[in-house]
Design a protein around this ligand. Sequence first.
Ligand code: SAM
Ligand code: SF4
Length: 475
Amino acid sequence: MKFSPEQYSIPDERMQPFIDPVEIWDYLHHTITSKEQIRDIVAKSLAKQRLNLSEVACLINAESPDLVQEIKEGAKILKRTIYGNRIVLFAPLYIGNKCANDCTYCGFRSSNKNAVRKTLTDEEIVREIESLEDKGQKRLILVYGENAQYNPEFIAHTVRIAYQVKKGHGEIRRVNINAAPLEIDGFKVVKAAGIGTYQIFQETYHPEAYKTYHLRGKKADYGYRLTALDRAQEAGIDDVGIGALFGLYDWRFDVLGLVRHTNHLEACYNVGPHTISFPRVKDASMLDLGTRYFVSDDDFKKLVAILRLAVPYTGMILTAREPAALRDEIIQYGVSQIDGGTKIELGSYSENADTEKNLKRGQFRINDDRPLNDIIDELLGQGMIPSFCTACYRLGRTGEHFMEFSVPGFIKRYCTPNAILTLAEYLIDYAPESTAQKGWQVIHSAIGQMEDQKMAAMVRLKLEQLKAGKRDLYF
Ligand code: SAM
Ligand code: SF4
């Protein structure tokens, strides 16, 4: 007879909270750090091996400037040698800010009576997406408050709209989600709409600290949130994103929390997180947090570099919460995705901004409001290849970050050519002349550096097809 845990009333271990705060603090308190150790740990990561909790604690405890420099240099080398100079671009689209929870750091929280509540209608979603497509966006993350109205059917409906809207050569080719945790059946409904990644941030992994920030609503249940991505996995969503909101608790604890979560997903489902996000708390309407756990720019740079080394195979997302100059620097420590042309006030991609109204309609204040083309222009100036690639997800090559990292030649065969092709589409359809010139130079130089001449010829052929009007070409 087939074994079933329910039948024998054996609790499913995978659905149990898996964070032990004492264990995490033990690692942080009992780890001695020497120069040799740091070098060995960085070397292990560069040899493409995952770091364990004790090794990550060592990196965290390295405080002298020369050791921190070694960590940052290690992360830079890892990014350059394994992932190359591509950076994937996306945009967030806020669908609704009604929220039953009361997270004290968030402008959408239920007790914020100043917030102007809004849920986009189908027509408004279409308008927003047309505006995003007009700028050249191809990848979106849809964002929702937690409210009975935003049930799985509603989320699935909005995802389908996003895929259906086509304007000129514009179309959305990948829709990711950042929304409340669901039950297994709910995740199945959303998966059926064809989502990419389902992202849920734990905010802080420390259970006691978590309680102090989440006052009401379902989100007050730490364990239910912590096991959300297990339910997603059970529902067949193997592409999940984790994250912590830095500034709520000691950053060192939450870095280890993220790594512990990664261990859990790997151990139970044989697949780690597709992406890790590390937002820092930003100003929000009615924000009242205090500064006890404020994360300085220097600590932030260090923690990004440590996460890169700790989980070398995963995608790393840095958002427009951070100012442009800091983003430009931190990208080098291993970031693989950034948002561009971001507006987070509901309905603001298709209407003119009104700052006062916006803080009331937005979740928090962003610090990089450069238009998408400015960001692309800047990246090109640094010799990077902005990419809108969605090939792996659409060809069913799941676990793409892991393959990029572990399959020899994967980046040369797929990622770089696809980055070039999606950049070329952007240059042809949306870029002003000056950006287009820079972009074609970067493309020609990238093709010139290809060792595989057959691949170079195939890319050139596809570029000619794009110039002749074909679209959506990929390997
Ligand atoms: N309501 C869902 C939830 O809480 O999971 C959707 C996500 S919420 C709209 C997106 C993320 O924004 C949260 O998970 C949190 O990490 C982050 N966030 C909230 N308030 C913030 C603030 N003041 N500054 C920066 N990030 C914030
Ligand atoms: Fe609601 Fe999410 Fe904001 Fe919490 S973080 S108040 S759940 S929108």
